[in-house]
Ligand binder design. Structure first.
Ligand code: FAD
Ligand code: UQ1
Length: 447
């Protein structure tokens, strides 16, 4: 037997009261209904739920999230680099979601935006007046033959992208004393596009510090044609890879891992030729996509499978009562928690305006940020907009490697994430950027 709250509806779908009832755990046809349904309880979902629970009150917001635990993914780079402990990145979902929301511990399997309902993996049909979708990205290790097997069985094949393999990374780095240490970037959009190379810089530093650097070749095989998408930071990173003797191969896409032979097979995207590298350590970044359950709903997504939103308002281009935040939407910016913070502020303003029948005035400029850690103690804080123009918060050259930015990444941002972003109080640094420049400039630099 379990206790379930039944929402009672009056008028045009507005929930004004609820009661408690007890019945058996077998599936029932009762349809729960909420003013706001939030799909996903990660960075975007949790902060959205916090923002709207404050406005709408208890019982009006549901979060549909299958996972018992919430991860602070941005710290995984430093876990892989041996600086932080994996446990520091994990909290229970129950503790991070706002107390006033109803947590539905299930997956959304189907969206029916014409009927304002979603169907969940535990057989419920949930109705909403408004919906915010924040389902993150799906990791598709399975698209690389041999990758999953290698990640499971070979201690030297690792990835900072999934919680079950992050703890393997640092032991693999320590265990590498010769041969090729290979770091990959796939042929799809990914979250935190800097992460595949940040871990490489930490590994390279470790090889130097332990006296094995002259026996280890550090290789970055990227499917892209550039080291980073923003010219200013790419130029600085090129100097760093040259100085540190890191070999960068462009347009190389990992297509197979043969862990029995310690081989990684890449496709040269220019010539179509296959190239095989032996590895003593392989850090792989999987191909990624929007989650299958979202991609299947053709009414909501663009051709690539991401929830199609207006780039400025973050409202669905087809359903006015649907918005999307974070990695699963189509906004053409680099997918990060920093972007989630700024998008959260925009969606809060615009969805509140919509609920109040007012015009939506808040515009997202594509703000995103990638703290490019280059060693234990140094970081380039890349911040930029939709056009790839730097949009730096601090009135100093952030293209330089700085210990202050490393300190921000290692010590300040985790606190901000748990206490300000997830609680819906952090809208990104836009306000501070303008304040630091005394309102004279917004910090943007045309390239
Ligand atoms: P997530 O936080 O991933 O949350 C998505 C949620 O949706 C998950 O809880 C998932 O369980 C849930 N979900 C999935 N499918 C369903 C479904 N069918 N039904 C219901 N729920 C579902 N960002 C930075 O800003 N700075 C950094 O330095 C940085 N470094 C990173 C380093 C690494 C190694 C990684 C992996 C990421 C890093 N990021 C960084 C990126 C950042 O973590 C993400 O961009 C951010 O978490 C995106 O938030 P989100 O809410 O869109 O997705
Ligand atoms: C940020 O806001 C954020 O979310 C809390 C991150 O994720 C952890 C970031 O990595 C960065 C860089 C920002 C931007 C914040 C500042 C103060 C520049």
């Amino acid at each position: 037997m379990q206790s379930v709250r039944i929402l009672v509806h009056h008028g045009r779908g507005a929930c004004i009261s609820y009661s408690s009832r007890t019945f058996s755990t077998s599936r029932r046809a009762d349809q729960k209904s909420y003013k706001l349904v939030v799909v996903g309880g990660g960075a975007g979902g949790c902060s959205t739920a916090s923002r709207f629970c404050r406005r709408l009150g208890k019982g009006q917001v549901a979060v549909i999230e299958p996972s018992e635990v919430h991860y602070y993914q941005p710290l995984w780079t430093l876990v892989g680099g041996g600086v932080r402990k994996f446990e520091e990145t994990v909290r229970s979902t129950k503790d991070v979601l706002p107390k006033e929301c109803d947590w539905i511990k299930a997956k959304v399997l189907n969206f029916d935006p014409d009927d304002n309902t979603v169907t969940t993996s535990d057989g419920q049909k949930i109705k909403y007046d408004y919906m915010v979708v924040s389902m993150g990205m799906q990791l598709n290790f399975n698209l690389i033959p041999g990758a999953l097997e290698a990640l499971k069985n070979d201690p030297q094949v690792v990835s900072n992208y999934a919680p079950w393999t992050v703890p393997k990374t640092y032991p693999a780095i320590k265990n590498t004393t010769s041969g090729n240490a290979i770091f990959t970037f796939p042929n799809t959009p990914i979250k935190c596009a800097g992460a595949p190379q940040k871990i490489m810089y930490l590994a390279e530093e470790q090889f130097r510090q332990t006296g094995v650097r002259d026996k280890v070749n550090v290789v970055y095989n990227t499917a892209l044609g550039v080291i980073f998408g923003v010219k200013k930071y790419a130029a600085r990173l090129m100097k760093i890879v040259d100085k540190r003797n890191i070999k960068v191969n462009y347009k190389r896409n990992l297509i197979e891992v043969k862990s029995d032979k310690k081989e990684a097979v890449f496709e040269n995207l220019d010539t179509g030729e296959k190239e095989t590298f032996t590895y003593s350590m392989l850090h792989l970044t999987p191909p990624m996509s929007a989650p299958d359950e979202l991609r299947q709903c053709k009414k909501l997504v663009n051709e690539a499978g991401f929830l199609e939103v207006n780039n400025e308002t973050l409202q669905s281009t087809r359903y006015p009562n649907i918005f999307s935040i974070g990695d699963c939407n189509s906004a053409p910016t680099s997918k990060t928690a920093a972007a989630v913070a700024t998008q959260g502020g925009v969606v809060q303003k615009n969805l509140c305006a919509l609920m109040d029948g007012k015009p939506m005035l808040k515009k997202y400029d594509g703000y995103t940020s990638c703290p490019l850690i280059t060693s234990r103690g140094r970081c380039i804080l890349a911040e930029f907009d939709y056009n790839g123009n730097p949009l730096e918060t601090f009135p100093i050259d952030q293209g330089k490697e700085r210990w202050t930015m490393y300190h921000l990444k290692n010590d300040v941002l985790p606190f901000m994430y748990w206490n300000a972003l997830l609680t819906g109080h952090w809208n990104g640094p836009g306000f501070y950027r303008k304040a630091m420049r005394l309102g004279l400039s917004d910090g943007s630099v045309k390239q």
